[in-house]
Design a binder for this molecule. Sequence first.
Ligand code: PFF
Length: 448
Amino acid sequence: MSAVRGGFSSRLGFILAAAGSAVGLGNIWGFPTQTASNGGAAFVLVYLVLAFCLAYPAFMAELLIGRYGQANAVTSMEKMSRNLWQKRFAFIVGFGGIICAALILSFYGILAGWMMSYAIEPVTSLLGYSEASSWLTSQSITRNLIFTALFMMLTISIIRRGVEDGIEKWSKRLMPMLIGLLILLIIYVFTLEGSREGFVAYLNPDISRIFEPDLLISALGQAFFSLSLGTSVMVIYGSYISKKENLVTLGAQVTLIDVSIAFLAGLLIIPSMYVAQSQGVAIFSDEGALISGPNLVFDVLPSLFDGMGAIGLFVGFGFFVLMSIAALTSSISMLEGPVSFVVERHNIERKRATTFIGFGIFVTSALIVLNFDALFGLVISISTVYGQPLIAMLCCVFVGWIWQRSGILAEIKLGNDTVEHSLFWKIWPWYTKFICPSAIAIVFYHSL
Ligand code: PFF
């Protein structure tokens, strides 16, 4: 770990930072929403299988690239290349990931801004500022611009401090808060009438749906988004880990935390919907499906909090603070990808680079806010439906076909003397070479 680049000071620091990147709106909003619209536990089952069988191996590929290269995504991949064509390919994959991260941040910042404004609303309600409350919870260009800017400023202020003082320190503060809040909210919702029905709906799989192509595609997309794959983020986080650490175990721990938090978020959101139903809130659409997407978070849940009376203000506050924290630990990782590239390749000082890039991304968000109908869905599709699977697949191709096998094995062995006897050692290199790229390509092709 070079003192000039900075790096994680401890194993826990890395785990919390990487889990912080992975655990975000995708887990707490996306996963329960997808579960609600894809047959409940059938989706959960498929998601678990895909997360461990496809997303985890691809995640390991990105971590290993970074730890080997000890540099930003482009430079790390270039270090593995042995000729000019490979170097060009390295640039395309590495830089593509960086652009993907920046694009994701441009829409993610808007969503996170909504979460922040909804988190402040209970406070204004409590103080009796009803006009402010209704402004905070109604869609408007001004509100969206202000809160996106605020959220970006928070993100920038953490990344300006660097890896240890910024990313690691804040992940160590925010992640325990996130987990604590999530558990408290689940316990509270379980004491409410109607939650049991939601619990059953969540955990009772409709097995007939398991092989539906749409369900498989949604589950894979969700797993890739959740592990922040195809964005250069895990490459750069991998590059900040010491060579003494056992990467195979660390990667598995992060995946487990990510999947567990998504599962817990489902335990909060789906039962909450049924509690809302028992209070007279409609939770099924006209077609009979559970309401999902923005309506779930910004209509159904706030109606539930309203129906709880005074305590609803605290529960609503807790819920939207939880969402904002989850978004922040992810957004810092998205900004770190482009910042590390500019700092290392163009020798620009970190603070300046962060402010400059953060501002550029905010301008993109502002363009999206001002042309919401035309751009919002488009940017989400380009970055998450096309960009992430494609880049993640190319990272596996890179590791499987370009990086020399002896180099891969040597990197896996660092910090892990007994790995030669493990299943990972026997299967993973072959798996990443053939199975991961083909499986991702097949699912990607179907999703088009
Ligand atoms: N993993 C984050 C979530 O589940 O919300 C989203 C994300 C973070 C995507 C970082 C991409 C990224 F680079």
